[in-house]
Ligand binder design. Structure first.
Ligand SMILES: C[S@@+](CC[C@H](N)C(=O)[O-])C[C@H]1O[C@@H](n2cnc3c(N)ncnc32)[C@H](O)[C@@H]1O
Length: 283
């Protein structure tokens, strides 16, 4: 993601021919989509770029310097920040963790390095992965791993964690990996992949954010305004699909099936491989 925004051409196509004054970008990240959108739409007077991660805002601010009189950088979650506005003409979210966040090993998103079990996108938030792993009941852990990780051996993993933490609090990513490795599903993925995904989703309430954020956007979109949402796994795509479908009185869905990256994009950008874009227009 650092330099390559996912599905860029396809996102630009959603907003072509729309006269946009206020654009709400709920996941500004490194500002890749923002830069292209601001260039393609000189009529935008207010580009509100939101991110939970202050580091992302800082970086995006630099990248978007030439547009600084039109760009506002807002720190916080997009589901809350959208409520600060009365109306928007365009809404974009490109959810999940950025590759910058993955690459900063000390933030604990990756099972590849050793770091505190943190996983917060927003350092002001209170809940960390360490708290979940050490405090939640075995039943609750199993539910999280099953629902948000779609881990088939969720109960065995939860049990192993509870046994291990009786001896010693689990504090680092590698301590967790060592507990998970012998019991989690074995396949093509690293055995801790699904467990880390599940914890990250809970720490950042990613699915709740997505549902509330989309609903907030639908309420605030002006007539003929458009929204675009990029998601990265089936749990997210299901939420986007259902929220758009449930709002069919107010929206025209522009994507019968989600738009996926071309083979070429998948080859060039690993992160794009599971991306899906859905878009809609307010009636
Ligand atoms: C995949 S990156 C976005 C990349 C961006 N579209 C670009 O082209 O550079 C996702 C970003 O969204 C932020 N994020 C994820 N969920 C968020 C939420 N609920 N509210 C605000 N920011 C969020 C993350 O901190 C991360 O910086």
């Amino acid at each position: 993601m650092k330099h390559v925004p996912v599905l860029l051409r396809e996102v630009l196509a959603v907003f072509t021919d729309v006269n946009i004054r206020t654009f709400f970008d709920g996941t500004l990240g490194a500002g890749g989509h923002a830069q292209a959108i601001l260039t393609a739409h000189p009529e935008i007077v207010r580009y509100i770029g939101v991110d939970r991660d202050p580091k992302a805002l800082e970086l995006a601010g630099e990248r978007l310097k030439e547009f600084e009189d039109r760009v506002e950088l807002w720190h916080g979650s997009y589901s809350k920040q959208i409520q600060e506005l009365d109306h928007v003409d365009a809404f974009l979210i490109d959810v999940g963790v950025s590759s910058m966040q993955f690459d900063e090993i000390e933030r604990g998103f990756s099972f590849r390095g050793d770091a505190p079990l943190d996983m917060r996108m927003n350092p002001d938030d209170i809940l960390t992965a360490e708290e979940i792993v050490n405090r939640y009941s075995e039943k609750e852990l199993a539910r999280i791993f099953f629902e948000y990780g779609e881990e088939r051996r969720s109960r065995q993993v939860a049990q192993a964690i509870v046994e291990a933490r009786r001896k010693k609090r689990l504090r680092t990513t590698q301590e967790l990996v060592e507990v998970v490795r012998p019991v989690a599903t074995r396949g093509k993925l690293h055995p801790a992949t699904l467990i880390f995904q599940a914890l990250r989703i809970v720490v950042n309430d990613e699915l709740g954010e997505l549902e509330r954020g989309l609903k907030g956007a639908i309420e605030r979109l002006n007539s003929q305004g458009r929204l675009a949402a990029i998601s990265f796994h089936s749990l997210e795509d299901r939420i986007v699909k259902n929220v758009l479908r449930d709002a069919k009185e107010e929206l025209t869905v522009l994507t019968k099936k989600p738009i996926e990256p071309t083979r070429e994009e998948m080859r060039l950008n690993l992160r794009s491989r599971s991306a899906k874009l859905r878009a809609a227009e307010k009636k």
